[in-house]
Design a protein around this ligand. Sequence first.
Ligand code: OXD
Length: 307
Amino acid sequence: MAFWFNSDRERGLVFAEAFARDLPDLPFAMDISEYDPDEIRYILTWTAPPDLYRFRNLEVVFSIGAGVDQFKPGTLPPGAILVRMVEDGIVRMMQEYVTLAVLALHRKLKAYIGQQADAAWLPLPVRQAAQQRIGILGLGMLAQAVMERLKPFGFPLAAWSRSERQVDGVDCYHGSDGLTPFLARTDILICLLPLTQGTHGLLDARLFATLPAGAALVHVGRGAQLDHDALIAALDEGHLSGAFIDVTEPEPLPPEHGFWRHPKIILTPHVASVTQPETAARAVIDNIKRHRDGLDPIGLVDRDRGY
Ligand code: OXD
């Protein structure tokens, strides 16, 4: 029985140390050629390696990231379960990034950066937090952690999810009927949804038109959820006031893409949240122990639903 770490060596060395300390009976493989494929029970990887089916005793595929949309249907052996990364480092970084983006949009940071370049000393009108309604698309663990961070600022918070959920201090909307009223009350929209057939292309012209005039977008879901032309049109028409974008399709964007130099867009290269090896190793080891004890791992993916 062995664990295959199929990712970068730098993080692998941190994992190897944690496994040797906390799970010494489980051989930790970084060079798979030294192992009989039948020995491999666990794999940690970003995508499914092309020859995954040769690991006939594979039990768990761990995604090294929070997302699992990169595992295309049919690429995982039917007997193996898929587990996404749920670890403190990812959560903390996502809380930081979304707080940064919300506050930057709330306090018009991009406009002031533009004014500074023009040596223009010009205070802009500012809404108070109680009038800035935040709405999060998604109500998973990351979205809930982000809302906890935003609560102390006093923004009215709402969230939308596919099925009904309740969270203290948050107005919860759900299902297709709940989407329009949720959008209509949202001044800063945060997309933290997983990529599925149902969320592909969701951030389109119709959705932007449903937001109130002057609304803004924070996009930390997946690139394929966003219609780039629709966003640029909504910003240029003045219906949307700004956007903070971390994920795009494709990544990286080509140098001539309109997002790079758009005066109302802040663009970052998919860095909102990155798996941290120390905390991730702890989470994977705990999950292996849970699996051995017959419990569901934290972050178990429903492969039919896709998240
Ligand atoms: C992830 C990501 O899925 O970086 O972890 O987007």
